[in-house]
Design a protein around this ligand. Structure first.
Ligand code: GZL
Length: 349
């Protein structure tokens, strides 16, 4: 009987141990299971954490359509955009339109298909953007204008326009000319190299200049033609001006590159730029400043291409749903030859 009891006790202990062991393992299991959900939860948590981390680490994807590479200004502007995007930690998708509107429209449509977070572009011309900007708006992708404006009347199609006041640039050029020739008794014959036909800088720099020189009826624009903002075309058109007009007193060029091309034509014609023909230009890129410091360009109206930092701040604000002003005007100055000589060492581009 005793043996039986002992056996019974032994059996009960073994059973108890087995139950406890299983219990543990099941508990383990449960805990594993618990763990499993816990792990799952942790995984979820990790995932959530990952998601949260991922959300805060998500790179803002910016689609940028650039006009082209037509001038020193554009080169400096492209560098500013690319360097600033890198500095901001954005994923920049950059497209060069080679000065063709259809290429910019294609690029914007591609950015929409790629579902980028923000689209920014410098419109090569003012008109013809409403359809593609509406497509971006319908896709819920905010658009920022940089450098040049569009003539869309629906200003909900873009968040902000960051760039110079080109009309004011034209006025600054005109004011210097009016002051320089305030005592002129004879007609002062002006030839004008216009920027890309239909572009905001060409339209506005002309408008501002014409508005101011109207103060002195002696100041006459005897010829005006596009040089498309390039050095080659500026030289070609200045050659045609020199053939057609023997009495040119002033050249007003809408950018330095066209002025530099024109200087080549003026010198080839045996004339002294800055003396035989007074030259006013816009931009203030390095080569323009060098020509001005040598007295070949008499007056430069600066147009700041370093828009990258302001653009990236606007991209981040728009992405985060913050209000941005509809218009952000870049600061810039004006420089005589003397000013240019002094400032040349300090120039950033
Ligand atoms: C002005 C910019 C113009 C420059 C030119 O903001 O759009 O385009 O003046 C450039 O040099 O080609």
């Amino acid at each position: 009987m005793k043996k039986m009891k002992m056996f019974g006790l032994l059996l009960a202990s073994v059973m108890l141990m087995l139950t406890v062991a299983c219990g543990n393992s099941s508990k383990d299991k449960e805990s594993t299971d618990d763990k499993a959900p816990a792990t799952a939860t942790e995984t979820k948590t990790e995932t959530k954490t990952d998601d949260t981390a991922a959300a805060s680490d998500k790179k803002i994807v910016l689609g940028f359509s650039q006009v082209g590479a037509e001038s020193g200004w554009r080169t400096a502007n492209t560098k500013s955009v690319q360097d600033s995007a890198k500095e901001a930690g954005f994923d920049l998708k950059f497209s060069d339109a080679q000065q063709k509107q259809e290429n910019q429209i294609k690029a914007i449509r591609s950015f929409i298909q790629q579902k980028v977070d923000v689209i920014a572009f410098s419109p090569v011309v003012e008109s013809g953007w409403d359809t593609v900007l509406k497509e971006a708006k319908d896709a819920g992708i905010p658009v920022i204008l940089t450098d040049r404006a569009v003539d869309s009347t629906d200003t909900t199609l873009y968040q902000t326009f960051i760039g110079s006041d080109f009309v004011e640039e034209g006025r600054s050029a005109g004011k210097w000319l009016v002051d320089t020739y305030k005592d002129a008794k004879e007609p002062v014959n002006i030839v004008e190299l216009e920027g890309t036909t239909g572009s905001a800088p060409a339209n506005d720099r002309k408008a501002g200049f014409d508005e101011v020189i109207a103060q002195n009826p002696n100041l006459k624009v005897i010829a005006s033609q596009t040089g498309d903002f390039t050095r080659a075309k500026g030289k070609e058109v200045m050659q045609s001006f020199l053939k057609a007009h023997k009495d040119i007193d002033v050249l007003y060029a809408h950018n330095d590159d066209m002025a530099l091309g024109a200087i080549q034509a003026i010198e080839a014609a045996g004339l002294v730029p800055g003396k035989d023909i007074v030259i006013i230009s816009v931009d203030g890129v390095h080569d323009g400043f060098v020509a001005a410091s040598e007295g070949k360009i008499n007056f430069i109206v600066e147009c700041n291409p370093l828009l990258g930092p302001q653009l990236m701040q606007a991209v981040r604000d728009v992405y985060e749903g913050k209000e941005v002003p509809k218009r952000i005007v870049t600061k810039e100055g004006v420089f005589t030859s003397e000013d240019a000589k002094r400032e040349l060492p300090n120039r950033q581009y």
